[in-house]
Design a protein around this ligand. Structure first.
Ligand SMILES: *Cc1c(COP(=O)(O)O)cnc(C)c1O
Length: 458
């Protein structure tokens, strides 16, 4: 029997119904999947079928077995990691762009997706107050955005000392001094490793009580050098003083990179922009769209002031084929050549939110975070960080008690938070990043947290 899809319309409509029912169910289902749902996943463990099956049957299986075993990350009360949900307009755009099935590398072949990315890039730089002429890349997440921007950095700092790293690699190249803060995100170290710059040969600069790099502790540097700063510590939300670091770097012409996986979005909000003030003096920036912008996975962004350094690092044909300015070839700027149209979702989010909607989304989630901190503190629990952004660290007592409370909160299912260790102290981390979280969700989650913590106290 040859493979066919007899009724595509019916298949896609049924799937839409499954998806809508799933999303509507997130309000009331426990956030974590039940043990029973997880045990049902064994049904997927079958040998490869010898014969084709009906597409309808495949989607039914996915919905019946897969949906209940998913974590309700798309819902309003998932506060683990820094995730965000998907704005409905971005999920819908994702569906339509999926149907387009464009291979988004070249303007000439896929003008719609290439132009939408170009427009989204312009809007992003505008809303984050970054230089309008930056080059940009739509990649899978902040790990790859860091990788992409740091590849441009590697190119530029070695070019200045007469070395062509794309052509000749790092064998025999002048060594680059790479500086990070003690609180660097582990994924940035991974990016450095992928670039041949080494995860361990970095210079680690001490940080303050909130995890901010201390600029006066940065050693004097000689070229070639790269300083990796961070805007939005994944535990505290704190931001490195990028402006002061750039001043320090200026003396050695070191390249300053900013990992702002979620924190970069603070630059868009007037009430938070003091946290990122002066970061536009840096050379490159990485952020996620799948965190605070609330678009579907996977979606990250790299911005590089020196567009030609980014192009030199990423284009297949190096600098030989200049992109005509109004016809940007996306693949000149990304590690990937063929890829999906993830910029369409970014465009849809920004087009739908507008500047004020984005600001409101960022400020509202921070407001929820402050509410969590205030009420937990009022109930006698210790807040370990200054709640400057959307991250809250709470301790329920000693490490064992805190772990017990977290496990029971996860099992209870009203909401979901994970554990972390902040400067030696075990904590529960609450990250409010989803567009879907309302005041009522915060109240409901607080009630569950306080009820469980009180019970564990005795
Ligand atoms: C989340 C995060 C990353 C990694 O981002 P991915 O999208 O998971 O690749 C890097 N740095 C910081 C500060 C983060 O918060």
């Amino acid at each position: 029997m040859p493979y066919s899809c007899k009724d595509m319309r019916q298949l896609l409509q049924t799937t839409t119904d499954y998806a809508i029912r799933y999303l509507e169910g997130l309000e009331t289902r426990p956030v974590a999947p039940s043990l029973e749902a997880i045990s049902q996943l064994a049904q997927f463990n079958e040998p490869l079928p010898e014969q084709p099956s009906e597409p309808e049957q495949i989607l039914r299986l996915l919905d019946e077995v897969g949906s209940p075993a998913s974590m309700a990350m798309a819902g309003p009360r998932f506060f683990g990691f820094v995730t965000g949900g998907s704005l409905p307009v971005t999920l819908a755009a994702n569906w339509l762009a999926g149907a387009w099935d464009q291979n988004c590398g070249l303007y000439r072949i896929t003008p719609a997706t290439a132009l939408l990315e170009q427009v989204a890039l312009r809007w992003l730089l505008d809303v984050m107050h970054l230089p309008a002429k930056c080059g940009g890349a739509f990649v899978t997440g902040a790990t790859v955005a860091n990788f992409t921007a740091l590849a441009a950095a590697r190119h530029a700092v070695l070019e200045r000392v007469g070395w062509d790293v794309e052509a000749d690699g790092l064998f025999g190249a002048p060594p680059i001094t790479v500086v990070v803060g003690e609180e660097v995100h582990p994924s940035l170290l991974k990016a450095l490793g992928l670039l041949g710059l080494g995860r361990n040969r970095v210079v680690k600069v001490p940080v303050d009580s909130q995890g901010r790099m201390r600029p006066e502790a940065i050693p004097n540097l000689t070229s070639p050098a790269i300083i990796c700063t961070q805007v939005g510590n994944v535990n505290t939300g704190a931001c490195d003083p990028v402006e002061a670091i750039c001043q320090h770097a200026g003396e050695s012409s070191a390249w300053v990179h900013v990992d702002g996986a979620f924190g970069l979005w603070a630059a868009a909000a007037p009430s938070l922009s003091h946290l990122t003030a002066g970061m536009e003096a840096a050379d490159s920036w990485a952020t996620d769209a799948h965190k605070w912008l609330n678009v579907p996975y996977d979606s990250g962004l790299a911005f590089v002031r020196n567009t030609s350094a980014l192009r030199a690092a990423m284009a297949v044909t190096a600098a030989y084929l200049p992109t005509i300015n109004d016809r940007r070839n996306p693949s000149d700027f990304t590690p990937e050549f063929s890829r999906r149209a993830r910029g369409v979702e970014v465009w849809a989010a920004l087009r739908s939110l507008g500047r004020s909607g984005l600001v409101e989304l960022v400020e509202r989630t921070c407001c929820h975070a402050r509410r969590f901190a205030e009420e937990l503190q009022a109930a006698g629990y210790q807040i370990l960080n200054q709640v400057v952004m959307n991250q809250v660290l709470v301790s329920f007592g000693d490490a064992e008690t805190t772990h017990r409370v977290i496990a029971q909160i996860q099992a209870d299912g009203t909401c979901w938070c994970g554990s972390t260790v902040w400067q030696g102290q075990t904590a529960m981390r609450i990250s409010v990043s989803s567009w879907a979280t309302t005041d009522a969700d915060v109240e409901q989650s607080l009630a569950a947290m306080l009820r469980i913590a009180e019970k564990c106290r005795i």
